[in-house]
Design a protein around this ligand. Structure first.
Ligand code: PEP
Ligand code: MN
Length: 335
């Protein structure tokens, strides 16, 4: 349920509503807006009588929120959410398409710095790279761990690129929170509720990847876990879903983009690399995503993909990445 206050409502009026909600044993979440304040009511059991609040001074209307996800839904928060990095140098969900690029995994300082310099020159705003890798096989490269995070810190220092990197489990969250600018939660962890709650307590934005077989309702509920802990800076990432096809690793669900935009106020990014699984499909999918109105792209780039320790076949060469960025500008997308 959402209680919308009149423009003329005072802070005292808002406080009275919050107190009433708390007295009922529920949770109140004030949502200040440009034009008026609204107060979200959480943890109320099922249908609640609007009359409980309508006679409090300053209350304009009481809107039932029909969706099981409350904080994520546009019903509760009609304006788009933006996520700012630094002093607003990069804004995700604003007017520009924000491109995050880099290798699947940080392999060495030399590799990371070389790729970072290439993607920066081409116009990327963030460097991506896993220090902790969730691999399908226990025998595959699992990432450099803390050493990888230290390399990412060096990349930020030398290039000024912001860093997005994955927290694969609860135990590494403190470290990843310390070193990253955005904490990535991977597809395999989309329903790891303990990890989601921990990410919700972090003081960094979270990039949440859609589970490989998750419906959008399940995706929204996962984001709700993060937001319910107080972190409002969640970015939703469509990265391809598991289908029957054999011509790509996954199938990019581009329909998800307008649906998410309609149902939620959170920024949406697409990862065409994991959707495709093969280099030749990445650029067309990136362009299609930009045309569909995404707020950002997460793209794998490697300077020696044949020898990459993870996801080489889907990694763009730096020159291809530069062409992709040029093509986006040609589409009149501000990157
Ligand atoms: C990644 O970004 O390298 C990754 C492991 O992605 P996903 O969780 O989407 O498979
Ligand atoms: Mn990868």
């Amino acid at each position: 349920m959402l209680i919308v206050m009149r423009q003329s409502a005072s802070d005292e009026d808002v406080k009275k509503v919050v107190e009433k909600i708390k007295a009922m044993g529920w949770e109140a979440k004030p949502i200040p807006g440009e034009e008026r304040t609204a107060i979200g009511v959480l943890r109320n059991p099922g249908e609640t009588d609007p009359a409980l609040f309508l006679d409090i001074p300053g209350v304009r209307e009481v809107i039932p929120v029909s969706k099981p996800y409350k904080l994520v839904s546009r019903e509760m928060h009609p304006e788009n959410t933006t996520v700012s990095l630094g002093d607003g140098e990069v804004v995700i969900g604003g007017d520009r398409l924000v491109v995050m690029a880099g290798p699947c995994a940080v392999e060495s300082e030399k590799q990371a710095l070389a790729i970072a310099s290439e993607v920066k020159n081409a116009g990327a705003a963030l460097f991506r790279g896993g220090a902790f890798k969730p691999r399908s096989s226990p025998y595959s490269f699992q990432g450099l761990g803390k050493k990888g995070l230290e390399i990412l810190a060096k990349v930020r220092e030398e290039t000024g690129l912001f860093i997005v990197t994955e927290a694969t489990d609860h135990d590494v969250c403190d470290l990843v929170e310390e070193y990253s600018d955005i904490i990535q939660i991977g597809t395999r962890n989309m329903q790891n509720y303990r990890l989601l709650r921990r990410a919700g307590q972090a003081r960094k934005p979270v990039l949440l990847k859609r589970g490989m077989s998750a419906t959008l309702d399940e995706f929204f509920m996962a984001a709700e876990y993060i937001m319910s802990e107080g972190n409002n800076e969640v970015i939703l990432c469509e990265r391809g879903i598991r289908t029957f096809v054999r011509h790509s690793r996954n199938t990019l669900d581009l329909n998800a983009v307008p649906y998410i935009k309609r149902e939620s106020h959170l920024p949406v990014v697409v990862d065409p690399s994991h959707a495709a699984g093969r280099r030749d499909q990445v650029i067309p999918l990136a362009r299609a995503s930009a045309a569909a109105g995404v707020d950002g792209l997460l793209v794998e780039v490697h300077n020696d993909p044949d020898r990459a320790l993870s996801d080489g076949p889907q990694s763009l060469y730096p020159e291809q990445f530069a062409d992709m960025m040029e093509g986006l500008r040609g589409m009149n997308v501000a990157v």
